[in-house]
Design a protein around this ligand. Sequence first.
Ligand code: NDP
Length: 246
Amino acid sequence: MIKDKVVIITGASSGIGEATAKEIASKGAKVVLGARREEKLKQIADDIKAAGGEAVYQAIDVTKTEDNDAIVKLAKDSFGRVDAIFLNAGIMPVSAVSALKTDEWKQMVDVNINGVLNGVAAVMPTFTEQKSGHILAVSSVAGLKAYAGTAVYGGTKWFVRDFMEVLRMESAMEGTNIRTATLYPAAINTELLDTITDKQAGSGMQEVYDAFGISPDRIARVVAFALDLPEDTTVNEFTVGPANQP
Ligand code: NDP
């Protein structure tokens, strides 16, 4: 059950992470919020506490291993354990390969891939010791299907898909009681498009989101559903998006 679960959320300062923090805290989860913008995290934690929930926060950069270790420590110091981690932090500065925005390629690899790996590495020893834990990660529909214009972003999200499936299989084989869930959102209205610097890619994406985008609280409800399942049950994959997006 979701009530009293201690859940770390990366990328909790806006969009899907913020919506998920508020949704699961309203259902009794104790949330541990991480992202770089501390002021935003403080405001969200204050909102949750004002609504009767429990929240702590810490400014972290998921690309730094020590920051991931620090947020796991914060969760344990604050609430005594960690039940789940929602690996949600991500950026999407998309562009055509021919634009050669190589710095942005590296940033996407660092945040979307290394950020996930750092989070898993930070929490696994605790989950192994507890003999239980739930790892949820955000991929994308761009991790299921190739789209022109999203080469490196899509690649990072394909990585998440593969890594999480291998983690699921190995956890089952090793009997560690570590469950996994991977989410594949389609167009969700968040701050994600703000990370796009390429004008052509940005306007193309904006058209899609203007036509189809839905609220991040839809994803939050799916995360809450996954967290609420009995410990012997896992739903591994969720593709979630606007009902009218082809
Ligand atoms: P937002 O831009 O609203 O949220 C992204 C979050 O990631 C922010 O809280 C941001 O916080 C955090 N973040 C970015 N870089 C770092 C970093 N280095 N360290 C720590 N936190 C970081 O977008 P979304 O809510 O949409 O994105 C959440 C996830 O959903 C991403 O992984 C994205 O790829 C994925 N996704 C989103 C879709 C959509 O349509 N919106 C569709 C498919 C997948 P801060 O800047 O404060 O660090």
